[in-house]
Write a new protein. Structure first.
Length: 117
């Protein structure tokens, strides 16, 4: 018999009808790549820019799997394949993924701005 999984933030279990409000992903929903795509698809960060998970080609995802796992573990509490976190954690993960795929262009400072620093 395995030990029940409880949320590291609030202590509620993942089983039952009440459920934990911090539970963001369960192992039966798919791989880390599926989680990353879900985060992009549901985020106002990408939606507000007119993009979605489909904007990133399939060929990009597989080579990024180790990096994605690192970012998921950095942003979310992962216990037994269950991912817990606040909504802001998902937004931060989304920004990590999007910036890895399409980094913002480098901003050049004007001469006046450089002197102020």
């Amino acid at each position: 018999m395995s030990k029940p999984i409880n949320c590291p933030q609030c202590g509620l279990g993942v089983e039952g009808t009440a459920g934990c409000p911090h539970l963001r992903w369960t192992p039966n929903r798919g791989s880390p790549i599926e989680l990353a795509k879900h985060v992009l698809q549901s985020s106002p960060y990408t939606k507000g820019r007119g993009f979605s998970a489909d904007s990133i080609p399939e060929s990009w995802w597989e080579p990024q799997q180790d990096w994605l796992l690192e970012r998921i573990f950095a942003r979310l509490d992962v216990v037994g394949g269950f991912c817990f976190g606040d909504l802001v954690d998902l937004d931060r993960l989304c920004m990590d993924i999007w910036h890895a795929f399409a980094p913002d262009p480098e901003r050049r400072l004007s001469a006046a701005q450089a002197r102020e620093d």
